[in-house]
Design a protein around this ligand. Structure first.
Ligand code: UDX
Length: 432
């Protein structure tokens, strides 16, 4: 099939590349000329394992193209994906201006029946708005489909190529058939395509993310209580997760959720609730807990040291999670700003996010070339992002480098007993 993908951000680029991989002829469109030029030269603008390789392969096979010309890409396409950003608006709602601008541009370029797909995360009712905008500028036949994306950064290709499920929201039989053909290479009996109406599809995306955020905040609350009553949340987590009704995923307490989705989507769903007279009190609590959690390592450090102004701290991990350079809503930002605000010095290391982090901290922190270099002379080490390379350090070497052997483990990746044996003062999350 001939496909156009509007927007070469995370979602657009991954979707475009994977759809080319399954044999389609895909053209990705972006208004950012610099970005398109870089992509045409084979430079991938984001760090995502395996993406650059797949991009090159499909470009070489002439199945994947990049352009700034929306009309050229849309004219010949049978399916057009809208994958532009939906930034947070002033009252927490999703700002739809990029989506609706794209819809209008697509409408003007339509030449024959086309399926227009909302891939961006958009509030309930957006498919209807997109349909109205397109219908105002064209007489050509088209259908609008809501097809939310569930990919996780760091595992995006795997999530697209082997999804748990594909959600397709439309009332049009014709559009369903085309979308079914497009996704057939990726689905199996146990991970099916779920057909539904557009509003339910839009709601599914928000509800899924809000549920996952709720699980995390719930566990962070339980962890806070575990610390007080002398229980270890790591045992509690395993004990809970073994109940098949609960399951193990997303029960890891930590320094709070970040990224481009959970914080924004929880707020947007609450905004939809408010607009419709339904107060989503549970989500308000989820957010509140998350904000507290992002400050918990700083609070632990203040309790341990009292005054932080003459101290030097090592921070391992800056990205909001491993295998990405994404710094959006990263808990490291809250921690590092807190430390700097208290007059401390910060030496940090992240395997890939240093460049992205410079936009946040500039030269107010020292960027070390390795975890060990960051630990030199440090009064304590904060583990913020659980990159694999941080999991098994040489603790004696680390101890030799640090001024004080104190570790604040924001992801519970170290074993408290081993830490004690190695001579460290260890603080985890929800551990006695
Ligand atoms: C998420 C959803 O998982 C994905 O389906 C959706 O399309 C986009 O949002 P992503 O933001 O890439 O994906 O990351 P995810 O792996 O879900 O983690 C989100 C945040 O939750 C991270 O900050 C992570 O550290 C945190 N988290 C996750 C926990 O604190 N504990 C857990 O048990 C799991």
């Amino acid at each position: 099939m001939k496909i156009a993908v509007v927007g070469t951000g995370y979602v657009g680029l991954v979707a475009g590349t994977c759809l080319a991989e399954s044999g389609n002829d895909v053209t990705c469109v972006d208004v950012d000329e610099g970005k398109v030029r870089a992509l045409q030269a084979g430079v991938c603008p984001i760090y995502e394992p395996g993406l650059e390789e797949l991009l090159h392969r499909n470009m070489k096979a002439l199945r994947l193209h990049f352009t700034t010309s929306l009309s050229a890409a849309v004219e010949s396409a049978q399916v057009v994906f809208i994958a532009v950003g939906t930034p947070q608006g002033e009252s927490g709602d999703a700002d739809l201006s990029y989506v609706l601008d794209a819809a209008e541009g697509i409408g003007r370029a339509l030449r024959q029946y086309t399926v227009v797909v909302d891939k961006s995360t958009v509030p309930v009712g957006t498919a209807d708005k997109v349909r109205e905008v397109i219908a105002q500028v064209t007489k050509v036949e088209f259908d609008v489909v809501s097809n939310p994306e569930f990919l996780k950064e760091g595992a995006a290709l795997e999530d697209f190529l082997k999804p748990d499920r594909v959600v397709i929201g439309t009332s049009s039989e014709r559009a369903r058939r085309i979308m079914g053909q497009l996704y057939a290479p990726f689905v199996r009996t146990e991970n099916p395509i779920l057909y539904m109406d557009a509003r339910s599809a839009e709601m599914t995306k928000y509800a899924a993310n809000a549920m996952l955020a709720t699980r995390i905040s719930f566990m962070n609350d339980i962890a806070a209580l575990c610390e007080k009553v002398g229980a270890d949340v790591d045992f509690v987590r395993k004990g809970m997760g073994s109940d098949r009704r609960i399951g193990h995923p997303f029960l890891h307490p930590g320094v709070g959720y970040g990224g481009s989705c959970f914080p924004k989507d929880v707020k947007a769903l609450m905004a939809t609730g408010r607009e419709n007279g339904v107060e989503l009190d549970l989500l308000r609590a989820v957010e509140h807990t998350n904000q507290r959690q992002k400050r918990c390592l700083l609070a632990k450090a203040v309790r341990h040291f009292g005054e932080l102004s003459d101290k030097t701290f090592a921070v391992w991990g800056l990205a909001f999670k491993p295998k990405t350079d994404d710094m959006r809503e990263a808990p490291s930002v809250e921690l590092i700003e807190g430390l700097l605000g208290k007059g401390a010095r910060v030496q940090c290391h992240d395997p890939v996010a240093t460049q992205a982090a410079q936009r946040y901290f500039g030269n107010r922190v020292r960027y070390a070339p390795s975890g060990y270099a960051a630990a030199e002379g440090a009064d304590a080490l904060f583990l913020v992002t659980e990159w694999n390379e941080f999991r098994r350090p040489d603790f004696q070497r680390l101890k030799g480098l640090m001024k004080n052997p104190v570790i604040f483990d924001g992801r519970n990746i170290f074993d408290p007993t081993q830490m004690r044996e190695e001579g460290f003062t260890y603080y985890g999350i929800g551990r006695p």
